[in-house]
Design a protein around this ligand. Structure first.
Ligand SMILES: CC(C)(COP(=O)(O)OP(=O)(O)OC[C@H]1O[C@@H](n2cnc3c(N)ncnc32)[C@H](O)[C@@H]1OP(=O)(O)O)[C@@H](O)C(=O)NCCC(=O)NCCS
Length: 197
């Protein structure tokens, strides 16, 4: 069980890459990167998260926080998370467990990742893969029972598909037809137990 709702004091720091570029394999050249952290959205971050959004043409893929954050806050089975760079929110997603997450989530050991985006002004800098790299550690801290994260991604959303596959998600081969914007792949990421100290 999750003992309490986390706050931004519980930020998990992910990664620091300066100078000669990002982690190997993300293909973003010599862009200078800040420190990325996954941080629970609480009152300190809320207004700045609500100001974020993807490009208008991408809204159909992730929604916008004004639509996705309030229901996540109201639902005790959802955990709204900010992607923070050098202390500034630059992206958002929500994790959801329980029956409300739908039929793709089977039991207590799985969570749905939803509403994931990087702000339009910050895309193309490798923020999403660096945030996703830290997801297992974040989820273990949230609920050590979780072993798998599942998401759906529209079949025409090439950049997101490549981002997830580069970040350890695998295509389950299943197609989800419940979205209003066409079929979606079902991807899953294993969450290994914490390495022994
Ligand atoms: C998909 C997304 C999360 C990637 O985040 P990111 O931090 O920009 O990731 P990266 O910098 O690693 O870029 C990933 C790819 O997107 C491309 N890209 C970046 N910004 C882009 C943009 N505005 N439009 C199209 N492609 C873009 C990059 O060139 C890269 O392409 P590649 O796979 O050919 O190398 C981000 O583009 C986004 O928020 N999209 C809108 C919301 C969305 O689709 N969410 C997924 C819901 S399932």
């Amino acid at each position: 069980m999750v003992a309490r709702r986390a706050t931004s004091e519980d930020a998990v720091t992910v990664d620091v890459v300066h100078g000669d570029g990002p982690a190997a394999g993300d293909g973003h050249g010599d862009v200078r990167h800040g420190q990325i952290a996954l941080v629970p959205v609480d009152l300190r971050l809320r207004a700045r998260v609500l100001a974020l959004g993807p490009h208008p043409r991408q809204r159909r893929y992730s929604g916008v926080p004004s639509d996705t954050l309030p229901p996540a806050e109201r639902d005790p089975a959802q955990y709204p998370v900010a992607i923070v760079e050098d202390g500034n929110p630059v992206g958002f997603f929500a994790l959801q467990g329980g029956p409300g997450a739908g039929r793709l989530i089977r039991g207590r050991q799985e969570m749905l990742l939803r509403a994931f985006f990087v702000d339009a002004t910050r895309q193309g800098r490798g923020i999403a893969p660096r945030a996703l790299l830290e997801l297992p550690r974040y989820i273990r801290a949230l609920d050590p029972a979780i072993r798998r994260v599942v998401l759906t991604v529209n079949v025409d959303n090439g950049p997101a598909i490549r981002t997830y596959l580069r970040s350890g998600f695998v295509d389950t081969g299943e197609l989800f037809h419940g979205g209003i914007y066409g079929p979606q792949h079902v991807f899953a990421l294993s969450v290994p137990r914490a390495p022994a100290a």
